[in-house]
Design a binder for this molecule. Structure first.
Ligand code: AQP
Length: 329
């Protein structure tokens, strides 16, 4: 199977990204042909500082390698280095129904945060994501619950293009894990919202790449619910349920067993254990990242290699697309 999944170079990778997505990618690279782009063009849909974006892109690559992605086993590259992504995105935009784009949850949510007005890129973001996936004739895309709607849109685009211009694209499947497997890790401050890199409130997230004090502070300050029980019930106790999922995913202990151990003990000891668990869980990732920070030339080189490989896979599809829509060769 060919698998593709991307991450934006916005902010620091948090445990939602790691446990919900990147850790699964690490396992997949040993079994499948995997492409993992750092999707910098997507990041441009909200205002960015150019210098910081460049730095953040390199940083994201280092975080991915520190998280276990092996450039010898997967194709790790930067989206903007393969220009075919934007070409196909434009062609897909010409068949994308405006109404569907306007209904996208992420467009509506992120649109609210844009004080100086919403740009067209935020609206057409799903067409770029569809291009990222369809360009490589991807079989399956591991996504968090937040991205399911965009993947459904990608499938619609594939069907529409194929029925209009002839069979060209594979229709990719979504590989969505369950909530207990980390499909949607919630904000530590507002457990009704997902943990997000771009949440203006940094207390809502916890990152394996932050220093131990920061990790402890954010976990100890996490919102809990009424009552004192440590019980998994996303509807009634969203805060504690989220912390239980985090604990179970990092420790490997079942949620039922954690509930049993903390029966009648209240929130503080549970949070203390979780904070120490997160610190020790993150330590190898932080260490590896520190090593990579000293090897920027190596990172740049492997990104060039990754882009060459990705381009060689994308070229036959984009050639076919040009031909199908009637562009003069
Ligand atoms: N809270 C989450 N729980 C589980 N999985 C998550 N993912 C993101 N947030 C959670 C998954 O991580 C992968 C990479 O995410 P992304 O960089 O494409 O951006 P996103 O989905 O938009 O995530 P963020 O953290 O909220 O970033 P910003 O704030 O920049 O938009 C994806 O597979 C995603 O599903």
């Amino acid at each position: 199977m060919r698998i593709l999944s991307g991450i934006q170079p916005t902010g620091i990778m948090h445990l939602g990204n790691y446990l919900g997505a990147v850790r699964r990618w690490k396992d997949m690279q040993t079994k499948h042909e995997c492409l993992f782009p750092v999707v910098d063009l997507h990041a441009l849909t909200v205002p960015q500082n150019p210098k910081e974006l460049r730095k953040a892109t390199l940083n994201k690559v280092m975080e991915l390698i520190a998280s276990g992605l092996d450039p010898e086993r997967c194709t790790l590259f930067v989206q903007s280095h393969v220009k075919e992504h934007t070409e196909l995105a434009w062609i897909l935009q010409t068949i994308a129904p405006l109404g569907e784009l306007e209904r996208m949850t992420q467009y509506k949510e992120k649109g609210k945060t844009q004080k100086s007005g919403v740009n067209a890129g935020l609206l057409t973001y799903p067409a770029l994501m569809a291009s990222d996936i369809l360009l490589y004739q991807t079989d399956a895309v591991p996504v968090g619950k937040d991205q399911v709607q965009h993947l459904e849109f990608t499938r619609t685009m594939a069907r529409k293009f194929n029925s209009t211009f002839g069979q060209t694209f594979k229709e990719p499947a979504a590989l969505v894990s369950s909530e207990k497997e980390g499909a949607k890790i919630m904000s530590l401050v507002d457990p009704k919202k997902k943990m997000s890199k771009s949440d203006p409130n940094p207390k809502g997230r916890v990152s394996p790449f932050e220093d131990p004090e920061h990790i402890r502070r954010n976990i100890m300050g996490a919102t809990t619910d009424a009552g004192k029980e440590i019980r998994y019930s996303p509807a009634k106790k969203p805060g504690v349920s989220n912390l239980l999922v985090l604990h179970s995913l990092m420790s490997g202990e079942s949620i039922a067993s954690i509930e049993k151990r903390f029966k009648g003990k209240g929130y503080a000891p549970f949070k203390r254990e979780l904070a120490e668990l997160a610190v020790s869980f993150s330590e190898p990732l932080r260490k590896k990242k520190r090593e990579l920070e000293r090897r920027e030339a190596y990172i740049q080189e492997l990104l060039k290699r990754g882009a060459r490989k990705a381009r060689s896979l994308a070229e036959p599809t984009i050639e076919e697309v040009r031909e199908r829509v009637g562009l003069l060769s």
